[in-house]
Write a protein that binds this ligand. Sequence first.
Ligand code: NAD
Ligand code: UDP
Ligand code: UDP
Length: 336
Amino acid sequence: NGTDKKPPSPSPLRFSKFFQSNMRILVTGGAGFIGSHLVDKLMENEKNEVIVVDNYFTGTKDNLKKWIGHPRFELIRHDVTETLLVEVDRIYHLACPASPIFYKYNPVKTIKTNVIGTLNMLGLAKRVGARILLTSTSEVYGDPLEHPQNESYWGNVNPIGVRSCYDEGKRVAETLMFDYHRQHGIEIRIARIFNTYGPRMNIDDGRVVSNFIAQAIRNEPLTVQLPGTQTRSFCYVSDMVDGLIRLMEGENTGPINIGNPGEFTMLELAEAVKELINPEVKISMVENTPDDPRQRKPDITKAKELLGWEPKVKLRDGLPLMEEDFRQRLGSPSKN
Ligand code: NAD
Ligand code: UDP
Ligand code: UDP
């Protein structure tokens, strides 16, 4: 008779759906600029529990203040170069200083964060069976000899320069991700992030968008580093977060470029900030730093095809959104 039959065990599909609807998510570097916006988005889904680990090197609790004390949220002071024991389904691994002045400040620590930190997060992913996403960078393309950059380009990186702790560190992190994937079957996702901007950027982190906006508000000259014809492509942070979540929940390992293909010279960026924020401000040409990439623009064909993603916010719309946040933090009266 059929009455003592065991109920069928859940199919792999139903099993994965169960986890997709109730997820515990670790965000390393979640007190930073991109990380805290990602946390905001993940917390919107009531089925998600979010754990942030951060050593507050460049991030701050302030970025997460609206979640502290929330029952689905946990904040842990921890350095990813040390072993971490938590039980999670997803790991967004962002911990790493991103701005040149911060990653060059202690280059050995930057390498440790990228290499040992990523190794630890992969060891954690292996132990608990979590899927892990690494926020790599367009810097893996170095001073690129192909333009725009697509994911099959291997890059032109100086292995011994002052930026190498970051560029080569992220390259090793990508290698580790693929080796854990091939050797241990870990589910990996790699995003190659291009320059991102928006509210909560560190005001004094030396990056070009934060520098120009702070300078325009303080009515100090916009410091365009020579020659001023070098280019970058700037993605607004809400678009970035959307791309990262799609990548994590999609089927593709990557690497996938996530960035806005709108390309600007630094002089054009300065002109846009001047026009939108302070038409009186001066522009001054200053010395550059070594190994500055001359051009950078993502080819986002893969993100469009595989993730159905493309950025929505244009630079001219994003800059004013960031201005308001900077005015508040600089104690400068709002324009409106
Ligand atoms: P951020 O500096 O604001 O955030 C990084 C966070 O990591 C900070 O909160 C910092 O305190 C934390 N952190 C650093 N070292 C750590 C360690 N050893 N242990 C624990 N926490 C540590 O930078 P961001 O702009 O938000 O960048 C986030 C990620 O995105 C980084 O991995 C960065 O390399 C990558 N990325 C950013 C950009 C960009 O334009 N912002 C571009 C390419 C890649
Ligand atoms: N690791 C961790 N949390 C875990 C599991 C591992 O931080 O839950 C670290 C561990 O300290 C180790 C690294 O991840 O240094 C790599 O772990 P793995 O198991 O792959 O390698 P092994 O421990 O065998 O060297
Ligand atoms: N830059 C600039 N003025 C500044 C800061 C940066 O002209 O005050 C230039 C810098 O030379 C580089 C570009 O802006 O060509 C982007 O620099 P950033 O440090 O923001 O990012 P990354 O070099 O990592 O892309």
